[in-house]
Design a protein around this ligand. Structure first.
Ligand code: NIG
Ligand code: FE
Length: 417
């Protein structure tokens, strides 16, 4: 299949010399071509340029031509942190929080992640696949073209593997690019209360070998937090995961400063996520690491958490990625358009910084920035066409609006039906 998008008002995030991530003051730069064309062949981007240079470059037959007069074309969003596979929903806890309970109090009463684990245990793979496909379709139409999905609502041998097998199946059923993460260390299940060591042993000695055998996960993640897993336990689990070929990631500093970022840096994590309670010491140490600080403004918004110091991190010369954290407990939305609005409105990031965070840097945070996250020759054809809008700043500005008209994922035009 060949697609030519012509008369593009602004082709955004164009890279002549692709980079793996954008850091510090460079995050404020977003290369665009005005009055542009973009050519796609099968699942790849094969050319782009200014309309005035277009004539005669390609003489294709069987070409689908899309006219983007007064519209923008951008690389699809990359969402490096989600929990899209889950059973049921948790609006009861949402109401409990409105009435005064905290996220922590709900968890200590057996709710939160444990509530989702209870629901998932009795849900079939088929039901999980169908509900996840609906969510994947929803986020694709909101412009997301690559997504990481975690396990972590299983919390047992059978249910963790069930989740990971569901994610593996989704890779074959959905056009979106998917990366899988083993998050068995999301919480200690009720059956292991007071026996956390035994649960960690189950994760490492019994579940991890099956994950490798069936090639079920690209990454391993731990929720490093009081009442969940300590810094030392995080290092132990992620180091074991690494031996089994899984790249580390960390849920770090979401509710308190617990050492998740330091653990992540020590084991060479590709990202540390949340970071509301990150301190100066951690920011300093991130400089000599490969670790992408990743903010999840939807979860902070939904739980009413303090803002992470995003400005400070960028001003210190570091990169930042943004992801949705789409999950039933702390962020029941996977809409990256909304996340970038929150970055701009609440965290004082510029539209350029927020868009870099949601494209190339979020691609980096799931090991995909060689193939995703920008418009570059040879990259996956993951792009969206906006409605008629004046410029890219209009996207975070118009929070809550749907400004995306059509989405192309891996060269396929995604239909709304
Ligand atoms: O990223 N913080 C830990 N895990 C999820 C929330 C999980 C849940 O409440 O279901 C998060 O916010
Ligand atoms: Fe999460």
């Amino acid at each position: 299949m060949k697609i030519l998008i012509k008369n593009i008002k602004q082709l955004v995030q164009v890279e002549e010399n692709p980079s793996l991530k954008v850091i510090g003051s460079n995050m404020n730069k977003l290369p665009v071509i005005n009055d542009a064309w973009l050519a796609i062949e099968n699942d790849k981007i094969v050319g782009f340029g200014k309309m005035e240079d277009w004539e005669g470059i390609y003489d294709w037959t069987d070409l689908t031509i899309l006219d983007a007069t007064d519209k923008l074309v951008m690389p699809c969003w990359c969402d490096s942190h989600t929990h899209i596979v889950y059973a049921g929903s948790r609006e009861g806890e949402f109401v409990d929080r409105i009435n005064g309970l905290t996220y922590d109090e709900i968890f200590l009463k057996g709710g939160g992640i444990l509530n989702s684990a209870k629901k998932l245990k009795d849900t079939s793979e088929e039901t999980l696949i169908n509900s996840a496909l609906l969510r994947l379709n929803e986020i694709m139409l909101q412009g997301t073209g690559a997504v990481e999905i975690k396990s972590g609502y299983g919390l047992s041998f059978d249910s963790e593997l069930k989740m990971l097998r569901v994610i593996k199946k989704l890779k074959t059923l959905s056009p979106i690019t998917i990366k899988a993460t083993f998050l068995g260390a999301h919480a200690v299940p009720i059956e292991y209360k007071g026996r956390k060591k035994d649960y960690i042993k189950l994760l490492i000695d019994e579940i991890m070998p099956v994950i490798v055998e069936e090639q079920l996960a690209d990454f391993c993640d731990v929720f490093c937090e009081q009442n969940y897993f300590t810094k030392e336990e995080t290092i132990e689990i992620l180091s074991a995961g690494k031996k089994y070929g899984m790249t580390p990631k960390v849920h770090a500093e979401q509710l308190s400063n617990t050492g998740g970022t330091l653990a992540g840096i020590e084991v060479g994590a590709i990202s540390v996520d949340h970071i509301e309670f990150i301190g100066d010491k951690e920011i300093e140490l991130l400089h000599n690491s490969i670790t992408m600080p990743t903010i999840l403004p939807g979860a902070a918004f939904f739980l009413g958490l303090p803002f992470p110091p995003a400005r400070k991190i960028i001003d210190a010369g570091l990169p930042i990625a943004v992801a949705s954290d789409f999950n039933p407990g702390s962020c029941p939305s996977g809409n990256i358009n909304l996340m970038i609005s929150l970055c701009c409105i609440q965290y004082k990031m510029t539209p350029e910084e927020a868009i870099n965070a949601a494209t190339i840097n979020s691609a980096y945070a799931m090991g995909l920035s060689k193939t995703h996250g920008s418009i570059a020759i040879g990259k996956q054809a993951n792009v969206f066409i906006t409605k008629e809008i004046p410029n890219y700043s209009f996207i975070p500005y118009s929070f809550g609006s749907n400004l995306i008209e059509s989405v192309i994922i891996n060269g396929q035009i995604i239909s709304r039906d």
